[in-house]
Design a protein around this ligand. Structure first.
Ligand code: ATP
Ligand code: MG
Length: 532
């Protein structure tokens, strides 16, 4: 008997070592249950744990019991107090009988081991985590020694369960945090005190073009190289002297070069994290794309200067002529009056056109830009527009060059007229010496292309890509003498793209410019099918 007890104690020691090494809760519970059953040679058993503050326990592991019968053990799992001190199931035998009869298994002997842990040791309060039940059939009752050895086993098991639960909780929280960082819309990275990357999220990969697995371990100046930085840039290679003052975050703005050659304006915040001894442990880096914000700022100031400059000229002309005509001491002949009124009228038109362009530009920006679609005969439309321009200039020769069969497109006639107006207006404005202005086109099965070609001053190569941006004007002596808000081509591009088309240009400085736009042509066959 003595040696049996010794063996039991030895075994107990081995098991408690194995238990404390295990953090995966399901496998730990299986280990606890089978070990407990072996120690006292029980035939069956189960472990039930509490979740939250519930008074009912849920079975987490079982041994020697058909799984289908597990719900029948409910009587043994209800009415559990929260605190271990209140734990007692005086009617255990009665409950066991209920269960045994329900599942038709001879479970005559049972022992219940509460799993407790010290919630606040100083007050001696023990919390009830759950319970281990062990069952035997037959008359062989659990002895006092069995119960004593199981009790100390249960204490070990409770600690292991508690650890595994805490571990589970911590890893769940860590997963949550990782997910938050990974899916944050802003770029996030975490650096060690030597400014090497420890964590690099998806948004930052998109911003910088660095895949996370390549960024990890690198010094941060490699993956986040700011140019034109304004402020203390912790990551730039030379600034080892940049330090945190009183744990305050550092904020820097700058430009980030991206793989495709584009640039991104970003605001970077470095926040220090300290360990218990006050040493720098980690640096949290938050990277926000402020390109749009910067663009909006720039646009606002350009808008104000363009509008004030462009509105001033017609307004002062109108004001000047109107004031002159209104003078009471002067008597104007009919021709002067007509000429002055003519100028007032033209300048009002110009003012009107500018205001319309500004309104359209802001509508496009605000997304409130709608097309009223219908059938548009582009060649005919071009003819009408060119006719109107013929009367405005004597220096230019207009040539229409469309093939006989030029397709009709589905589109907004007024908007497309606006495109042609703007292109012809530019062609005249930017060929001050006159010349030929050719408007023509060609088509294939999928699209119709229209061009406006002039023999004017042309556009320097490096400027050609930028002309379609809002308020962009090429800086030249002509720019200073011609009027324009730099909106024409931006509107043309927006309109053409809203039609599903595209716009581009070819230009040679000193020789001339051709602007092309192509619009999709609906396939006749498909169209008739759709209409059927
Ligand atoms: P707005 O059209 O708003 O009155 P704008 O003519 O200056 O002003 P855009 O039509 O957008 O603006 O053209 C932008 C710039 O592109 C012009 O300022 C000019 O420098 C250049 N540009 C456009 N068309 C031509 C052209 N046909 N030849 C030479 N330069 C051109
Ligand atoms: Mg223009």
């Amino acid at each position: 008997m003595i040696s049996y007890q010794l063996r039991q104690r030895d075994y107990l020691l081995q098991i408690s070592r194995a238990m404390t090494a295990r953090l995966d809760l399901p496998s730990l519970l299986r280990l606890i249950l089978t070990s407990a059953a072996e120690i006292v040679r029980a035939e069956a058993g189960l472990i039930a744990l509490r979740s939250g503050q519930s008074q009912t326990l849920a079975i987490q592991a079982s041994y020697g019991i058909p799984v289908a019968t597990l719900p029948r053990f409910a009587p043994l799992l209800t009415d559990f107090p929260l605190r271990a001190a209140e734990y007692a199931l005086p009617d255990l035998e009665f409950r066991l009988n209920l269960v045994a009869r329900a599942i038709r298994l001879p479970l005559e002997q049972a022992v219940a081991l509460p799993l407790t842990f010290a919630e606040s040791p100083e007050r001696g309060e023990n919390r009830l985590l759950g319970v281990i039940y062990l069952f035997r059939s037959g008359a062989l009752a659990f002895t006092a020694n069995d119960e004593a050895i199981l009790a100390s086993f249960a204490d070990q098991a409770a600690i292991a369960v508690r650890n595994a639960q805490l571990y589970q909780q911590v890893s769940a929280e860590k997963q949550q945090l990782d997910a938050i960082i990974e899916h944050s819309a802003d770029g996030v990275m975490i650096l060690d005190p030597d400014r090497r990357v420890q964590v690099f999220n998806a948004a930052l990969s998109r911003m910088t073009g660095w895949p996370a697995e390549q960024a990890l371990g690198r010094p941060c100046h490699q993956v986040l190289a700011l140019e034109d930085a304004s402020g203390p840039d912790l990551c730039s290679a030379a600034t080892s002297e940049v330090a945190f003052a009183d744990g305050e975050p550092l904020v820097v703005e700058g430009m980030l070069n991206r793989p495709g050659g584009s640039r991104l304006a970003v605001s970077v915040t470095y926040s220090p994290l300290y360990d218990e001894e006050g040493r720098l442990a980690q640096i949290i880096v938050n990277v926000v794309d402020i390109t749009r914000f910067r663009e909006a700022e720039e646009l606002k100031s350009t808008f104000v200067s363009v509008v004030s400059h462009e509105l001033k000229t017609p307004v002062s002309l109108i004001k000047g002529y109107a004031a002159t005509l209104a003078r009471e001491d002067a008597h104007w002949d009919a021709a002067t009056v007509r000429e002055s009124l003519q100028i007032i009228s033209e300048e009002s038109d110009r003012l009107n056109a500018l205001i319309n362009n500004l309104l359209d530009a802001s509508r496009i920006q605000g997304g409130a830009f709608k097309l009223e679609r219908g059938d548009v005969a582009l060649a005919r439309l071009a003819e009408v527009v060119v006719e109107a321009f013929r009367t405005q200039t004597t220096k230019h020769r207009f040539i229409l060059d469309f093939p006989q069969e030029f397709p009709t497109v589905t589109g907004d006639e007024e908007r497309l007229r606006q495109v042609l107006n703007n292109l012809l207006n530019n062609a005249i404005k930017y060929s001050p010496a006159g010349g030929e202005i050719r408007v023509g086109g060609w088509s294939d099965a999928a699209s119709a292309t229209v061009y406006v070609a002039d023999q004017g001053i042309g556009i320097p190569r490096e400027e050609q890509g930028k002309l379609f941006q809002r308020f962009y004007r090429v800086d030249s002596s002509l720019r200073r003498t011609t009027q324009g808000a730099g909106l024409g081509l931006y509107l043309c591009k927006s309109i053409v793209e809203a039609h599903g088309g595209r716009i581009w240009l070819r230009s040679e400085p000193g020789k001339g410019t051709t602007v092309f736009f192509s619009l999709p042509v609906e396939d006749e066959r498909r169209r008739t099918n759709d209409e059927r």
